[in-house]
Ligand binder design. Structure first.
Ligand SMILES: C[S@@+](CC[C@H](N)C(=O)[O-])C[C@H]1O[C@@H](n2cnc3c(N)ncnc32)[C@H](O)[C@@H]1O
Length: 274
């Protein structure tokens, strides 16, 4: 029988980690944090890109043996506040109901979880929120996560929290592209900057292919030569809204269509299954 993946261990391919590290604009002297470092792919990539001041946090002690700069601790209990220039990684995605009892207990006494999340939120939410807390002003957060929280109602508080603390610089959306072995979901790489003084447009890149990502594909996505890519800019998202990755004109058309439905939603017309 397959053993339970109790800590949400899905390791990021090095090509993807390198792609994400290349999104960092901060200098090489930056203080960097990987809050759920696993087997250390982001730490390796940061080091290969000449970043020197790097700390990893990893809950599973089996994974950290070969690193001197990784602490065996839960990120949830780390009290980092305005300390890091760069936070990068792939936080664990675990549904509340599947969380190990000790991790559930930790969340139960976590102020930010209790304020912004609920039992329908998954574990990666608190990593996003706490990473924003841990960033210095102007710091950069780059994560790869599932895209589900862009549009679910129960992630609204978290989306609002993100917008209250800075802006989104770019989003890469991979639709159904396989990235992690054995996982079928849509993933996003997003970059957030903790700066409330600006509201620049967001660069959105959507990739449509079921071919597994590799370095060559990622390079062609980045330099704009990939024919399976659609790119556009959108204004920053608004409070209380879902984050829809579509050009402004498309969103206006959807809004117009919705209005013309006389306050009816699609649920008035048909049954919706999930
Ligand atoms: C999706 S994996 C990603 C690992 C690594 N960042 C990578 O990209 O290859 C998430 C990692 O988070 C670790 N983890 C789970 N709960 C944690 C916690 N509370 N604090 C720190 N790490 C945790 C898991 O053991 C796992 O290694």
């Amino acid at each position: 029988m397959k053993e339970k993946n109790k800590y949400g261990q899905y390791m990021t391919p090095i090509d993807v980690a390198d792609f994400m590290v290349n999104l960092i604009k901060k200098g090489k002297a930056s203080k960097c944090l990987e809050p759920s470092s696993g087997r250390g792919v982001f730490i390796d990539s940061l080091q290969n890109h000449n970043f020197k001041d790097i700390l990893g946090i990893e809950y599973d002690k089996v994974l950290i043996q070969e690193f001197s700069n990784v602490i065996n601790k839960s990120f949830i209990t780390c009290e980092f506040k305005n300390e890091y220039d760069v936070i990068i990684g792939n936080p664990p995605y675990i549904r509340w109901k599947n969380l190990e009892p000790e991790l559930k207990k930790e969340l139960g006494s976590d102020e930010l979880w209790n304020k912004l999340c609920n039992s329908l939120c998954d574990y990666s939410s608190i990593f996003i929120i706490k990473s924003i807390e841990a960033l210095k002003n102007m710091g950069e957060l780059i994560f790869i996560t599932s895209d589900y929280w862009f549009s679910t109602t129960h992630a609204k508080n978290m989306r609002n929290y993100i917008l209250e603390n800075g802006y989104i610089e770019c989003i890469y959306h991979f639709n159904e592209t396989p990235i992690f072995d054995g996982v079928r979901a849509s993933f996003v790489i997003f970059k957030f900057v903790k700066d409330t003084s600006k509201s620049p447009t967001i660069n959105v890149t959507k990739y449509f292919s079921k071919k597994k990502l590799n370095r060559q594909i990622l390079d062609s996505i980045k330099d704009g030569s990939n024919c399976n890519v659609v790119s556009f800019e959108i204004p920053q998202f608004h409070k209380d809204e879902n984050w829809i990755l579509a050009p402004t004109l498309t969103i206006q058309q959807i809004n117009k269509y919705e209005k013309s439905c006389n306050n009816q939603t699609i649920g008035h017309i048909c049954d919706i299954g999930n």
